[in-house]
Design a protein. Structure first.
Lengths: 111, 257
């Protein structure tokens, strides 16, 4: 039997940010993207922890860029979503949408 | 005026374990983030990393906690062997510094034996799997335990001394004969004193009636003793085991931190 695990809220947000950023998906823009949409500060360390967890599950892949002086001589680590990662995103979206559709209208809870 | 480079202490604390994260924080600081933001990010990253390391090493953590619980029992056995071999009498006949060297040497050997037995037991399952087990890794763990034991001795000498002296002063004011467990705790304190001041002065602090009562203590009482001296004696063993188990573990069982 294959084990099916769904993405957590934070992991899903990170994967969507990585997809949206494309070739420019590294720690800083991913964190900024999350901050913009969530409306609060994001810990860059927690973003990396989640990305490393997803990399261990082969949902994302990473490559190191060249070191630059504005980063104190440190390299950027670019992330891309793998096919397995995209499948997980679609699967999580499908399940969440299905769950939302089964809910009655939530009065007084306008987004 | 804003600093041009991030707080050096925070950067040093972050270290080199995640180059990309360090670069990201540097870049954000240069882009206008505050020093407070930088500090908060570094501390949060360190906390996340620490929690992850603990989660990954929970087996080693549990084993180190259980094995170090046995330390007072082990010291109890060593004290029993010392008594049966009349070791203290031999020591008292020796001249300084040999008396101190022999007493410290015995305690150091007993501690190393206990730690190495723990490492071997922890790796017991791997010993029968040549694919998993590497002699070099076991050697690494044993080698790592040597400097760790030196730290242990510093901790045994410096940390417990204050607590031990305070408790002993309180107990010496009571004239009654100690219970076997109380007498055993005194024996533990004697070992701490012996490490600090040499065996002669340590023995002088306890009278013979108290030392004789130790013989009636059971090893189970020693192992379940949770009073301050017993906990202090366990603590350095626990820390040393936690550090050395990682060095001795086969690479296949180590996870990236």
């Amino acid at each position: 039997m294959t084990e099916r695990s769904y993405l957590g809220e934070f992991e899903l947000m990170i994967l969507l940010a990585v997809v949206r950023l494309g070739d420019e998906a590294y720690g800083v823009p991913i964190s900024r993207e999350l901050e913009r949409h969530r409306g609060r500060t994001v810990s860059v360390g927690s973003v990396y922890a989640a990305l490393e967890r997803m990399e261990a599950k082969s949902l994302v892949a990473s490559t190191l860029g060249d070191p630059t002086p504005e980063r104190g001589g440190k390299a950027k680590r670019y992330f891309t979503v793998t096919k397995a990662g995209l499948r997980q995103v679609h699967e999580t979206r499908r399940v969440l949408s299905k769950l939302w559709r089964t809910l009655p209208e939530l009065k007084g809870e306008n987004p | 005026m804003k600093q041009s480079s991030p707080p050096p202490l925070a950067t040093w604390m972050l270290g080199e374990w995640n180059e990309a994260l360090a670069g990201d924080l540097h870049e954000e600081f240069r882009a206008g983030r505050s020093a407070v933001w930088y500090w908060r990010q570094v501390l949060s990253a360190l906390l996340i990393r620490g929690a992850r390391a603990l989660r990954i090493r929970r087996a080693a953590l549990l084993f180190a906690a259980l094995w170090s619980m046995l330390v007072p029992g082990w010291l109890f056995m060593v004290a029993g062997i010392e008594r049966s071999l009349h070791f203290n009498e031999h020591l008292s006949r020796m001249t300084w510094p040999w008396s101190t060297v022999c007493d410290l040497g015995l305690m150091l050997a007993a501690s190393l034996l206990f730690l190495w037995a723990g490492i071997l037991l922890y790796l017991f399952a791997d010993l029968w799997h040549p694919d998993h087990f590497r002699l070099r890794e076991l050697g690494g763990g044993i080698a790592a335990s040597l400097p760790a034991v030196l730290v242990l001795w510093l901790a045994l000498i410096v940390l417990p001394k204050h607590f031990v002296a305070v408790q002993a002063a309180a107990e010496s004011s009571t004239a009654r004969t100690p219970t076997p467990l109380e007498a055993f705790r005194m024996e533990q304190r004697r070992m701490v004193w012996a490490a600090h001041e040499g065996p002669a002065l340590a023995h002088a602090r306890l009278d013979d009636s108290k030392n004789r009562a130790i013989a009636d203590t059971s090893p189970r009482q020693a192992v379940t003793d949770m009073h301050v001296p017993a906990v202090l004696v366990r603590l350095p063993f626990f820390l040393v085991l936690l550090c050395t188990l990682r060095s001795a573990e086969p690479r296949s069982r180590r996870c990236p931190s």
